[in-house]
Each structure stands twice: as structure tokens, then as C-alpha cells.
Design a protein around this ligand. Structure first.
Ligand SMILES: *Cc1c(COP(=O)(O)O)cnc(C)c1O
Length: 398
């Protein structure tokens, strides 16, 4: 048997590969520098063009570009009217921002458990967590796979809840043929560099609802309006006049970031099809490896995959997850873990959340690992990852 590098063998590759990375080209750089040498660095036409572009891509009626996915979630919670005493149901198997945005508004995140096979929030668990204080659901399309949107929509309609979709992983995915961004009450994207397309930092909220849209616009730019119809003290005094009518933030995206985003959107179809190619190779070559469990896909989701997660079946392996992770690093394949259940973090613990709240999420967390997935990976990079996994699962077989 071939020895893993961690046990003194030769690594599958000499150069380190990471779990994700952006693909920025000369065209992207030119798009940014054109804006930087023009009149508008921020608050110019590129942001508006970028918003139109996202509406075209998703079929949503409105889009608001903001400076991060986290700001997008915060604005969505503000537009949904989340405040003191309100509960919002979300998943613990996500980046902390999915729940933090509720805390920003003075609300209480309530964690529903995930499906043991898809790792997405389980609609039955959402139902169990609803109280008279519940105001919204923030459902995360984990790894890019769309949540059971019809079931969540039905629950939200039955109980009068706002359906917010954290689609940081899932731009370009579809649910029953409908693009992500077109069916939740509000959908939030992130354009952080590890995500499918990047603007450096950036995010967006999409909605079909005119009232949410007005609130989102106010929330992301100081609660200030130039629209006379929205002013309280009109008729106003002159062309310079604007009013601050709610408490908002400065969450604006710059024009050069919007230019980068649009240049990346030119390539999104190519990015996604390359991701899909890599995912099908992984699915094919990893499905029978003993000790590995693969994420289940629901047929309703046509998934633009942001993360590829393997789950170690530790009952069949002689190693711990940490040993396996370190052994992959020694092969020069740098994996990552997505995610530590949010309420396990000290900050949430100090707020009174306890271990055991969501047993499926906690059990899944113990075995998961994200392996490299990004469009710039070459076929031989993909082969290296597969070979490392074959070598390690064989070596650690019970
Ligand atoms: C990345 C991410 C966010 C936050 O996006 P930023 O742009 O980094 O602020 C929110 N939710 C999920 C699920 C994410 O992966």
C-alpha cells in the first residue's frame, strides 16, 4: 500500500492547493481600472448597471447591491421589520452571518435542525420551532443546493413569516427550474472571493416586492431619500434637499467593485459549468470509497455548487477527522471545515445557547470536510484530490 505523506510517503502533489479561490482575469482588472480613472469611484452608474444585471440574471424585479453578503442579510432583516423580541429561524450549519444579522436587529436567532442527508434546513424542524414571536425564516442554500423552497414557502404563508433566502452559496442554482433570487421574499448573495463570482467584498439583496425594495434602499444608505413622494416635509426647499426618514447604514458598494462584479458575471456560466464538471468527477470517483459519505442532492435543485463536502464515516476509519484533515494537508491539499455549528461559538454560548439543540447538524459537523472546488482547478488538480482521498481512505480502513 502507498504510504500517505503524513506517514513518511510522497505527497500526491508538491504545490499546495486550497479549497477555494477566485478567478480574476486581465479583463476584470481593466474593468476596475477604467472605473478608477473615470469620474465616479462610488455612487456612479456601475452600481445601477450591476443591479439591472442581477435582475436579468435571476428574473427578480429589484436588486440592491451592498458592500457584503452580511450587509445584505442585515438589510433584509431590517426590511422584514425584525426587532426586539422577534424570533427568526435559521440553520446552525452555516457561516455565522446567517444568524448574526438577527442579533444586529435586536432579534433572537432560533436554530432549526438540518436534514441528515442534504444538510439543508429541515422544514419539519422549522415547524417545530415556530412560536408566537417568530417573524421570519432565513434558509441557507448550503453548498449551493437549494432548500426545499416550496415547503418553506407554505410554512411561511401559513404562519405569516418572511422567507429570506441566504443564497451566498447558490447564485446560478435553480429550484424546479426557477433561478435562485426569483422566489423567496428576499434573497441575499455574497461576492466574497471564495464565492461563485466576486467583487472583492460585496453582496446583493433581490426581491419582487416594491415595499421591501424601498426599505432595502433606505437601509443601505443612511435611511436617506431623494424621492419627494417619500418625504414628510415636502414641498421641499430646493434641488439639494433630501430627507433622512429611517435609521440606515452606509452599506454601499463602490462603482469599481460593481464593475468587477459585472465583468465576473460575463463569465458566470463558464464558472458554473466548470464547477459542475468537477462535481460530477468527484461524485463518480468518490461514491464507492469506503469511509466517505457524499451529500445527497434533491432532484428539485439544479445546483451550482460552491462547496464540495465529503463526510467521513468515522465508524469505518481508524483515524479522527482531525488526523484525516492533517493528512490531506500533508498531501498538499488544504481542506476546510464548513461549518462549526453557530451556537457552539463562545459568543452564542454566553447568550445561553447550549450544545444538543440540533443533533443532526452536530453529528454532521463531526465528519465533514470541504475539498478543493473552484473553476480554475485543472483536471490534474482534481485527479490529485481524488488520489489523495483514495490513498487516505485505504490507509485508514478499519
Ligand atoms: C459568505 C457567507 C455569508 C457572508 O457573506 P460576506 O460577503 O462574507 O459578508 C453569509 N452567509 C453564508 C452562508 C456565507 O457563506
Amino acid at each position: 500500500m502507498e504510504l500517505p505523506a503524513i506517514a513518511g510517503g510522497k505527497p500526491v502533489r508538491n504545490e499546495k492547493i486550497f479549497y477555494g479561490r477566485q478567478w480574476v482575469t486581465e479583463e476584470d482588472i481593466k474593468a476596475v481600472s477604467d472605473v478608477l480613472s473615470g469620474p465616479y469611484v462610488t455612487c456612479g452608474p456601475k452600481v445601477t448597471e450591476g443591479e439591472q444585471r442581477l435582475c436579468e440574471y435571476t428574473g427578480a424585479k429589484h436588486a440592491v447591491l451592498v458592500n457584503s453578503g452580511t450587509s445584505a442579510l442585515h438589510c433584509a432583516c431590517l426590511a422584514a421589520g425584525i426587532g426586539e423580541g422577534d424570533e427568526v429561524i435559521t440553520t446552525p450549519l452555516t457561516f455565522a452571518a446567517s444568524a448574526n444579522c438577527v442579533l444586529y436587529c435586536g432579534g433572537t436567532p432560533v436554530f432549526a435542525d438540518v436534514d441528515p442527508e442534504t444538510y439543508n434546513i429541515d422544514p419539519d424542524s422549522i415547524r417545530q420551532k415556530i412560536t408566537s414571536k417568530t417573524k421570519a425564516v432565513i434558509a441557507v442554500d448550503f453548498t449551493g443546493q437549494v432548500v426545499k423552497a416550496d415547503e418553506i414557502r407554505a410554512i411561511c404563508d401559513e404562519f405569516g413569516l418572511v422567507f429570506i433566502e441566504d443564497a451566498a452559496h447558490s447564485i446560478g442554482s435553480r429550484y424546479k427550474g426557477k433561478p435562485v433570487g426569483s422566489f423567496a421574499d428576499m434573497t441575499c448573495f455574497s461576492f466574497h472571493p471564495v464565492k461563485t463570482v466576486t467583487s472583492g467584498e460585496g453582496g446583493a439583496i433581490l426581491t419582487n416586492d416594491d415595499e421591501y425594495y424601498k426599505k432595502l434602499v433606505l437601509a443601505h444608505t443612511h435611511g436617506i431619500t431623494h424621492d419627494e413622494e417619500m418625504m414628510e416635509d415636502a414641498p421641499h426647499e430646493g434641488g439639494w434637499y433630501y430627507e433622512m426618514i429611517s435609521l440606515g447604514y452606509n452599506y454601499r458598494m463602490t462603482d469599481f467593485q460593481a464593475a468587477l462584479l459585472m465583468s465576473q458575471m460575463d463569465k458566470i456560466d463558464a464558472f458554473i459549468s466548470r464547477r459542475k464538471e468537477i462535481v460530477s468527477r468527484y461524485n463518480e470517483e468518490l461514491k464507492d470509497l469506503p469511509g466517505l459519505i457524499l451529500q445527497k442532492e434533491i432532484p428539485e435543485s439544479d445546483t451550482s455548487r460552491h462547496l464540495y463536502i465529503i463526510r467521513l464515516d468515522l465508524s469505518k476509519l481508524t483515524c479522527t477527522r482531525r488526523e484525516f484533515f492533517d493528512a490531506m494537508s500533508a498531501e498538499n491539499i488544504q481542506c476546510q471545515i464548513h461549518y462549526v455549528p453557530t451556537y457552539w461559538f463562545p459568543y452564542y454560548r454566553h447568550l445561553g445557547y447550549e450544545k444538543g439543540l440540533c443533533p443532526n447538524a452536530e453529528e454532521i459537523y463531526k465528519g465533514i470536510m470541504s475539498i478543493p472546488l473552484y473553476p480554475m482547478m485543472s483536471d490534474s488538480d482534481v485527479t490529485d484530490v481524488i488520489n489523495a482521498l483514495k490513498k487516505l481512505t485505504a490507509y485508514y480502513q478499519k
